[in-house]
Design a protein around this ligand. Structure first.
Ligand SMILES: C[S@@+](CC[C@H](N)C(=O)[O-])C[C@H]1O[C@@H](n2cnc3c(N)ncnc32)[C@H](O)[C@@H]1O
Length: 331
């Protein structure tokens, strides 16, 4: 591959790029986009509605205008069509949960050097007991999955399957999309008890309570008591050490009847572990937040599946944003 020709300007733009990131995070956290809604408001009026300092808020609104998320005319600010659609909580397409989740990760990323030196997480899992953190994490996953799931499910043929295990399924976004595509499919979402209210609300919102059930589990400590003919493991392995991943995959394969299909969706590294970029960054995100999590390579996932007794292991030839990929196997 040709060497990338960096220049100092480009590198410094990257180094200071987090300023724009922080402007976006502050805008979403202060909920300026919902506050402005369909109105045209002065900075002072917005400051009044969100109880912020009008000098500081004016600067933030000007920066958001420079970033083309707001439009300013005659000292009045309006949402762009995009901001109105994706950054206002009143829109069904709101993606602010994942943006707020990113904001919650910022502090740990600022101490990456420390994580690398110690090899230990910088943010603790205890932060997950915080209600706001959990909501932004789980509904952030919903935001992400809602962008991908409608397309992804068209690549995975479950037309002959009747009961899907969605292990670590979070709010159930993928189970929902698989059930919408395959009318004869039922699904069970297994996740931690604290996820239940988010999953039940989401499943209900899509009118699928008769076909999708939620069950509590700690997939490291407990076994899966039912059998299935398909298992979907989306973005759960990267949070765990290789040893725990083996445990989880073994349990999922053991919960399949003969001929059942296991499908793993993950950020997948090259076998040399040095690319693509997003999974290499995601590994660092897991270094900062978990005891042993990381992104895995295709070879590592294939080996884990083979060791769990799966056969006909393959990677589906599809391009998914963020370099995530799909690996399947048959029991
Ligand atoms: C990154 S989210 C993925 C959610 C969903 N599968 C998706 O792709 O959108 C990881 C999920 O695993 C769940 N989880 C983490 N550790 C778990 C455990 N020990 N037992 C059960 N679920 C767990 C979390 O609650 C969360 O819903």
């Amino acid at each position: 591959m040709a060497e990338h020709r960096w220049n100092p300007g480009e590198l410094l733009k990257l180094s200071g790029g987090y300023w724009q990131t922080c402007v976006l995070h502050a805008g979403v956290k202060l909920d300026v986009f919902t506050t402005i809604g369909a109105d045209r408001l002065t900075g002072k009026a917005v400051a009044g509605r969100i109880d912020a300092d009008s000098r500081g808020l004016g600067m933030l609104l000007n920066a958001l205008t420079a970033m083309e998320l707001l439009v300013k005319t005659d000292d009045h600010f309006q949402n762009t069509t995009f901001a109105q659609e994706f950054l206002s909580t009143s829109s069904p397409r709101y993606i602010g949960h994942i943006i707020l989740h990113h904001q919650q990760l910022m502090e740990s990323w600022a101490h990456l050097d420390q994580g690398v030196k110690t090899g230990k997480p910088v943010r603790t899992r205890a932060s997950r007991s915080d209600d706001d953190w959990r909501e932004n994490f789980l509904m952030g996953m919903f935001n992400m999955a809602m962008q991908l799931a409608p397309k992804l499910v068209t690549h995975i043929d479950l037309s002959d399957r009747r009961h899907l295990l969605d292990l670590g399924g979070g709010p159930g976004t993928y189970a929902i999309h698989f059930c919408r595509r395959y009318p004869r499919l039922k699904a069970t979402v297994y996740d931690l008890p604290t996820t239940r209210p988010f999953a039940e609300k989401t499943i209900d919102k899509f009118g699928l309570t008769d076909r999708i059930t939620f069950k509590d589990i700690n997939f490291i400590e407990e076994g899966i008591q039912e059998t299935f003919d398909a298992a979907w493991l989306s973005h759960i392995l990267h949070g765990e050490s290789p040893e725990n991943c083996r445990k989880i995959i073994n349990k999922a394969v053991a919960a399949l009847e003969s001929g059942g299909m296991i499908v793993i969706h993950e950020f997948i590294l090259n076998n040399t572990m040095d690319g693509p970029l997003f999974p290499t960054l995601f590994s660092l995100n897991m270094l900062l937040g978990t005891e042993g999590g990381q992104a895995y390579s295709e070879r590592q996932l294939f080996d884990m599946l083979a060791d769990a007794g799966a056969s006909d292991i393959r990677r589906l030839p599809i391009d998914i944003p963020n370099d995530s990929g799909i690996v399947t196997g048959i029991r």
